[in-house]
Unconditional design. Structure first.
Length: 388
């Protein structure tokens, strides 16, 4: 039987990205079959290679870097030298997409802006991820995940006013913007198939976080009302005798009645019959819930809550989620034998295609591992010598 091809077979991506936003996007393109050539600074590479602040072989190929860079090829190029620039231009002639996540204007200063590359290859798609956008008062500010959380309004909300504001503990903005960048690249590839021309694709951390709050923004615009899903009166995280669980008291005719039944207490819904009454008395209701959940185990309460068809789940650490059979069944774990790190488990692609499951075609590359291979493939050395 003929093996199905990856959807992006034949698409070549020149990847200038670093850290999280860009690399998670180009890794997904690579997972879908694109030939991703990662351009790295000689001797240092992607900033994620410096996670431990060391330059040992193990440090430069650390697990954080490996988690974002499978199925790519690494090429060391000094992009500030005339020879290095010419190598990039020669690669662009043979490429479909160029991706970066520098500050606005950096690619132009390097000589790799869209207008410059379009002159070399009219079909090129230049995709950029920035902090705040490519124009406007914040365009040249340093963008970063935590800053986008703060600037966009995401960090300001908590589930309760008594809880201090805090940093969301995983890269919410980077990953979201990275996936928006993938969407933009795929849309531009579809458009090019019709027109034959490339275009500029732009996303930002800031825009992605504003977009994530589309419901909240519409509610504020129309009613000047703050919509905070985490602060709903019948929703909360509650400690048990051996851990914690979360209950979402929503999407039912009378969730308060069902919660009371699960807790084995008198029905409070006649006294607090609607959302307005429940909101006004949230501290009292949550106090009752908290006292009762603290009297028994997580498993005990989950069984009782699920018997009432209430939305609930245990609060558990990442290691337990990784060890859950559902995680493996969903194909979310990729076991590799890395040439430097040894046995390593990577998180797989969350987009599952029935005909072509994601595999590791290329190990996360060592710094400059494919430089000579790419030079030979595209004849870059000969062109570099001619340019010199």
């Amino acid at each position: 039987m003929q093996q199905n091809t990856y959807p992006l077979d034949g698409i070549r991506v020149i990847d200038f990205t670093q850290v999280m936003l860009g690399p998670c996007a180009t890794q997904m393109l690579a997972d879908f079959g694109a030939d991703v050539i990662k351009i790295e600074r000689p001797g240092a590479g992607d900033l994620s290679r410096g996670f431990y602040g060391e330059k040992t072989e193990e440090a430069l190929n650390n697990a954080v870097f490996a988690s974002l860079n499978r199925n790519k090829r690494s090429v060391e190029i000094d992009t500030k030298s005339p020879e290095g620039k010419q190598m990039v231009y020669d690669l662009v002639r043979e490429a479909d997409v160029v991706v970066d996540n520098f500050r606005a204007g950096v690619m132009d200063r390097l000589g790799f802006g869209y207008e410059a590359l379009k002159a070399i290859n009219p079909g090129i798609i230049c995709a950029s991820g920035t902090g705040y956008g490519e124009t406007g008062p914040y365009a040249h500010k340093g963008g970063q995940d935590v800053l986008a959380q703060a600037m966009s309004g995401v960090m300001e909300k908590t589930s309760d006013p008594s809880i201090p504001k805090s940093i969301y503990p995983t890269t919410l903005c980077d990953y979201t913007a990275g996936m928006h960048l993938v969407q933009g690249v795929l849309a531009a590839l579809l458009a090019r198939a019709k027109s034959g021309l490339g275009q500029k694709v732009s996303v930002s951390l800031y825009d992605s976080m504003i977009a994530m709050q589309m419901q909240e923004a519409a509610q504020w615009s129309k009613h000047r009302e703050v919509l905070n899903w985490a602060a709903m009166p019948l929703t909360g995280v509650f400690d048990t005798t051996d851990g914690a669980l979360v209950v979402v008291g929503a999407f039912k005719v009378n969730p308060l009645q069902d919660i009371c039944a699960a807790l084995g207490i008198d029905d409070l819904s006649p006294e607090y019959p609607n959302l307005a009454a429940q909101r006004a008395n949230k501290p009292y209701l949550q106090g009752i819930f908290r006292d009762h959940f603290a009297s028994n185990t997580t498993a005990y309460w989950l069984e009782r809550l699920e018997a009432r068809d209430l939305l609930c789940a245990p609060v558990r650490p990442l290691n337990e989620a990784l060890e859950d059979p559902q995680t493996a069944i969903n194909g979310m774990l990729l076991d590799i034998d890395h040439p430097v790190l040894g046995e390593l488990q990577l998180v797989g692609c969350p987009v599952h295609l029935s005909d072509v499951p994601v595999t590791v075609r290329h190990m996360p590359p060592r710094l400059g591992e494919h430089t000579e291979e790419v030079i030979r493939q595209f004849g870059l050395k000969e062109k570099e010598r001619a340019a010199g």
